[in-house]
Design a protein around this ligand. Structure first.
Ligand code: BG6
Length: 472
């Protein structure tokens, strides 16, 4: 593998400290990084290499629980981590970064560079522009590549997303742009196509003839934990629905791709997204949480509007439930309901495929079969079946066939970021969002968001923090 320098822009933030660098460290321990690599953290705060390393050290050790020589690995890894600082839009700051990199890199002109944008979306464009002007990016060099990794949200709607895509395209080719959706790297999500297509049991019933409805449920019991400024600008739909949950829906509903390649899978997703009817206010329920009791700590949590950083009259939804219709022969008439809520009773991501009742006159009491895919916590695939009540009764009863992942694992599953960073290194784009896919996803949600945001009368239900659901 070529020598690589990872440049993390926004290196003092939580994402860099708690996700990106620990994921690089985990890959390092498993010997999956190139022999010759460097990590450069760039941020506005001035930091020496030593201070940067001290900050990182605290979040690394958890990744090598089972390793005997953990401190050796940590020391070896941190010795390759460096800091550089400056304003995000300052070309000179990137020239200074380049000089620092060149001082420690072997053959700087022959290295690959991965630029990770761990920064607020408002500065994606200025950073990309300054990077381009500084000459740090070698656009189009397939051997000594430059690749950029961007976190969502990509824009606020179709128009702003298109603008961002166009601005970034001045500096990086589409093939060098990796738009992360970390849900695509979650084990159960990666398993969706395998489950469906490698097991002949499922494909024959994967259609409107057998499926009555599909529910995708996402809940989080956390409060905003310092992210109020970001969340209040974007809201629940842009935060998790237009991206994470729509991606799960797409993988459930796509037609089988022609090949297991990034292009074929993403082509199939784009076709599916284009077949979804754009949403209108009639398809949605919005809600916002009030004060309530935290389900785990039992602390009283202030209402959303009383969170520091949230406007007292904010109408940003913390909960939304939308009903999507997919206009393909396979899914004609099958509602896909996607529900997402912050400040709920538990943290859970689950897909429930509810099958039609059997219709046999022999067992009129047979209930719906359900296939439940639990993405988190505790990955599981459960098939709820009708069985005869065990014992002397002939009545029907429902029991689950349960595949609990943790019962079959010898070691813990890698974090989504480990898989994603490895894929960027290998140039595998299957788990990243292509520009046309992004545009198709925004086309579904933009009319709804615009209509609701233009109308101050848009209904906004209320629920107490810690609620199990919201009355619709
Ligand atoms: C992020 C959202 O993309 O995903 C957060 O911005 C959310 O609001 C997070 O909490 C959830 O990710 P995970 O992996 O913890 O389920």
């Amino acid at each position: 593998m070529n020598a690589v320098t990872f440049v993390i822009i926004g290196a003092s933030g939580d994402l860099a400290t708690h996700k990106i660098v620990p994921a690089l460290f985990a890959l390092f321990i498993r010997r999956l990084l190139p022999e010759d690599f460097r990590v450069f953290g760039f941020c506005r705060t001035k930091m020496t290499d030593e201070v940067f390393r001290e900050r990182l050290a605290m979040s690394l050790t958890s990744r090598c629980k089972n390793e005997t020589n953990c401190s050796l690995y940590v020391g070896e890894f941190l010795a390759r981590c460096h800091a550089s600082s400056g304003a995000y839009d300052d070309v000179d700051a990137y020239l200074d970064l380049y000089a620092r990199m060149a001082a420690v890199e072997t053959a700087p002109e022959k290295r690959c560079r991965m630029f990770y944008m761990a920064i607020p979306p408002t500065v994606f464009s200025p950073v990309t522009r300054a990077l381009g002007e500084s000459g740090l990016v070698r656009c189009g060099d397939a051997e000594h590549w430059s690749r950029v990794v961007v976190e969502k949200p990509f824009g606020r709607d179709r128009e702003t997303s298109d603008q961002l895509v166009a601005e970034m395209a001045h500096v990086f080719l589409e093939s060098e742009t990796f738009r992360i959706d970390h849900y695509l790297a979650k084990e159960l999500v990666q398993n969706l196509l395998v489950l469906r297509l490698a097991n002949p049991l499922f494909e024959p019933v994967w259609n409107a003839g057998a499926v009555e409805r599909v529910d995708i449920v996402w809940k989080e019991s956390k409060s905003l934990q310092g992210r109020a400024g970001y969340f209040d600008t974007f809201g629940i739909v842009r935060d998790v629905m237009q991206n994470h949950l729509l991606q799960i829906l797409a993988l459930i509903a796509i037609e089988p791709p022609g090949a297991p390649t990034a292009t074929a899978i993403r082509d199939a997703k784009v076709r599916l997204l284009k077949a979804i009817r754009p949403l209108t206010p009639a398809d949605v329920v919005f809600a916002q949480y009030d004060e309530g009791v935290h389900p785990v700590t039992q602390e009283m949590i202030p209402g959303y509007r009383d969170e520091p950083g949230v406007a007292k009259d904010s109408r940003t939804p913390t909960y939304a439930s939308v009903r999507l219709a997919i206009n393909t022969p396979r899914w004609q008439g099958v509602p896909f309901t996607v529900t997402a809520g912050k400040g709920m009773d538990e943290s859970l991501t689950e897909v429930r495929i509810v099958f039609r009742k059997s219709g046999t006159p022999l067992f009129p009491d047979a209930a719906h079969n359900q296939l439940i895919l639990r993405v988190q916590p505790d990955e599981a695939i459960t098939h709820v079946l009708n069985v005869k009540t065990p014992g002397l009764s002939n009545a029907l009863h429902q029991l689950p066939l349960n595949l609990l992942y943790k019962e079959h694992l010898t070691e813990s599953l890698p974090d989504a970021y480990e898989r994603l960073l490895l894929d960027v290194l290998n140039g595998d784009r299957a788990l990243f969002i292509r520009a046309d896919e992004l545009a198709a996803a925004w086309d579904i949600f933009t009319p709804l968001l615009h209509a609701c945001e233009a109308n101050p009368e848009t209904p906004l239900a209320r629920y107490p923090f810690g609620a199990a659901n919201v009355a619709e």
